[in-house]
Design a protein around this ligand. Structure first.
Ligand code: GAL
Length: 337
């Protein structure tokens, strides 16, 4: 049953960059063909999809650069750690060279670590960060992600700059910004840090904030829309600022305002994180005051670079690869389109 599911998923999402690998080449294959298995926590997550698109592009470029074949099989864990464990077990049984894991539950990587370690197959965890102690359990484990606190500080900075340029953001003129926080998954390192540090950054700049409400929307646009509809019905025009842990949730808030028919001049200021294509469009058309670019391209490049380095039998000394962010506002949005 599990195998069948895996086959279906492979048919659905197999992206084989390897055109010339004939069967029966098993013995030679290791020398010139790198087989990477990838499991993602949720294939419908907009940011994760953008990382996967970039991984494919970087792999294609690397094939040309190194003259090797790279095949990537991407499967969706659909939010189940059990399913993801089975997927990794299958990758191990099928003798993949490297496995990329976007953990479903960042606190539960033990099965994957033990499976990979016993087979000697390196694992590159990405985006959903396991604790240091887990990553230290074997030398063949790596993490590729972002500098965790940076986007929160940059998001705070976007609000600070906007407020200094336009005090009308404080719609009722009471000297306090009344805000709503839209949070990603509970327990995710990015939700925790972004929720705390964006607010701390704004307050440290001397701007007073008052939290009117919050909603946990699990990075998801339609969940955020639902939460925002409830929140807006409660607080209406009193909301002056919406801080979202990612762009998709900021866009869900925009969907809610639009579906309620709130006039644009009454909208609270909205800020996101990720710099996905849809997020960038919202900055371009003025629906969001800004976002923070979460470097999907850089993370994809690091994944492919490390996989190839290991495949070529070279040593990788670092265990962590963290990519920096950039602020995107109306001033520089053209550069990102
Ligand atoms: C975050 C990203 C979110 C979501 C999440 C999934 O880094 O900002 O949009 O993709 O990862 O783990």
């Amino acid at each position: 049953m599990r195998k069948t599911w895996m086959k279906i998923m492979c048919l659905f999402m197999v992206i084989s960059l390897c055109t010339g690998c004939a069967s029966g080449e098993k013995n030679d294959k290791k020398k010139d063909s790198l087989k990477i298995g990838v499991t993602v926590y949720n294939q419908y997550d907009t940011f994760i999809s953008s990382v996967m698109e970039e991984v494919l592009l970087k792999a294609q470029m690397k094939e040309e650069e190194l003259g090797i074949k790279i095949s990537l099989d991407v499967v969706n864990a659909g939010g189940s750690q059990w399913e993801q464990n089975n997927q990794v077990e299958d990758f191990v049984e099928e003798d993949y060279d490297v496995i990329f894991v976007n953990l479903v539950d960042r606190t539960d990587p033990s099965f994957i670590i033990e499976e990979a370690k016993s087979a000697g197959i390196p694992v590159l965890f990405f985006n959903r960060e396991l604790v240091d102690e887990d990553l230290e359990r074997w030398s063949g484990l790596y993490y590729v992600g972002a500098v965790t606190v940076e986007p929160a500080i940059m998001q705070g900075q976007i609000v600070i700059d906007a407020y200094r340029q336009n005090s009308q953001m404080d719609k009722n003129g009471d000297g306090i910004l009344q805000y709503v926080m839209l949070e990603g998954e509970a327990g995710h390192q990015d939700s925790i840090v972004r929720t705390e540090q964006s607010v701390a950054t704004i307050e440290n700049a001397g701007i007073q904030l008052e939290k009117l409400d919050y909603g946990i929307a699990n990075w998801d646009r339609s969940q955020a829309q639902t939460k925002m509809l409830e929140i807006y019905r409660k607080h209406g025009d009193a909301i002056e600022l919406i801080i979202a842990n990612n762009d998709d949730m900021a866009l869900g808030a925009i969907d809610a305002l639009e579906s309620l028919g709130v006039q644009r001049e009454q909208w609270p200021v909205i800020v996101g994180i990720d710099g996905t294509n849809v997020g960038i469009d919202a900055v371009k058309n003025g629906k969001m005051i800004g976002t923070v670019y979460n470097d999907a391209k850089g993370q994809a490049q690091a994944l492919i670079d490390v996989a190839c380095t290991l495949f070529l039998g070279k040593e990788v000394e670092e265990k962590y690869f963290r990519l920096p962010h950039n602020i995107i506002t109306s001033e520089n949005v053209e550069e990102y389109q």
